[in-house]
Write a protein that binds this ligand. Structure first.
Ligand code: ATP
Length: 310
């Protein structure tokens, strides 16, 4: 595959087992050049393992991975200078200073970005001389991102790049990822933040138990299932049978928490009128009537359930 024309990443039917655990169970996706792909999934879904196979740190038991047309393990020497890797939780010699670490990583690259400039962009210029172990969690996280980017990679793998960052730092990282895409860099990231995925990603892949349960653009993924939601607040324990029979087939109004009512489906003006006339007949004043398009979070929970993962 020619790196100039083919996908930046091509994952086909990969499987990875750890003992009895099948961490990744036949996953496939492509990342085009200058695109951002977000891998979403509950804890333990297999996101990190998938990314580690792309980075060449983990060998798949089955399937095929190509990054810039190369095999991440067999061709690792040729590939390493062209990719940027940010590991979950970073990792460093605790005594080394932030600036030294970035300089060292930059020295491996033929044409690195200016480390001082990058420290400035990520708000770390004052921490140049700070030993790694003295950096705050968010500063360590930003330094790990700087290390992933300093070598001007063609593709970057970012495992939870904004985990633990404050709102300001998160915005900077979002802007940086957007700027990378504009520069033609492909980005694969994992995240637990749905707003981040919606904001940044061209493509989403939702993984659960090692398998893909949904994929597509954010708009395509949120179009899955019910189209909209109507919520309202009213006195608790209203009898919903009358409303149910007045609504078109398929609508099942529910009281989600006491006094909070939810109707899911294609909410059109007639449905809204039915709800308000039912309220009038019940002599109930509904407040906080809200109609929302389904959010990614709703789709995610619907697809992956509400059970806490081990
Ligand atoms: P999180 O959101 O918690 O980071 P994840 O989606 O990245 O989760 P993975 O880290 O890929 O999930 O883990 C997938 C499964 O594989 C989990 O059950 C995990 O315990 C298991 N696993 C991952 N790495 C190893 C390993 N080196 N040895 C044994 N089991 C592993």
């Amino acid at each position: 595959m020619n790196a100039a024309t083919g996908p930046a990443v091509c994952v086909e039917d990969v499987v990875k087992r750890y003992g009895d655990t099948t961490a990744v169970d036949g996953i496939g996706f492509e990342v085009q050049q200058a695109q951002v792909l977000a891998l979403l999934g509950p804890n333990g879904a297999g996101k990190t393992t998938t990314v580690e196979m792309c980075e060449g740190f983990v060998r798949p038991d089955a399937g095929r991975v190509r990054v810039l047309g190369l095999d991440p393990i067999a061709d690792s020497e040729r590939l390493r200078p062209r990719i940027g890797v940010m590991l979950q939780g970073g990792g460093a010699y605790p005594g080394s200073r932030a600036g030294e670490m970035l300089d060292l990583v930059a020295s491996y690259s033929a044409n690195p970005l200016d480390p001082d400039w990058l420290l400035g962009v990520l708000g770390l210029r004052d921490n140049r001389k700070t030993p790694y172990r003295r950096l705050s969690g968010g500063q360590q996280q930003r330094l790990a991102l700087a290390c992933a980017l300093v070598g001007r990679p063609e593709i970057v793998f970012l495992d939870e790049p904004t985990a633990g960052l404050d709102a300001q730092a998160r915005l900077i990282v979002w802007e940086l990822i957007d700027a990378l895409r504009r520069d033609g860099v492909s980005v694969v990231l994992t995240t637990h933040m749905m707003d981040e995925a919606e904001q940044l990603a061209d493509q989403l892949v939702i993984i659960d138990h090692g398998r893909i349960v949904a994929s597509g653009t954010p708009a395509e993924v949120t179009a899955h299932g019910a189209a909209g939601q109507l919520r309202f607040t009213a006195p608790p324990k209203l009898d919903l049978d009358l409303l149910r029979s007045a609504l078109p087939e398929g609508f099942t109004p529910r009281e989600t928490t006491p006094g909070c009512y939810l109707l899911e489906g294609e909410i059109d003006p007639q449905v809204l009128a039915t709800v308000t006339s039912w309220c009038a007949r019940m002599n109930v004043l509904a407040t906080d009537i809200r109609i929302d398009q389904r959010r990614l979070e709703d789709v995610f929970l619907e697809l992956t359930g509400r059970d806490l993962r081990g």
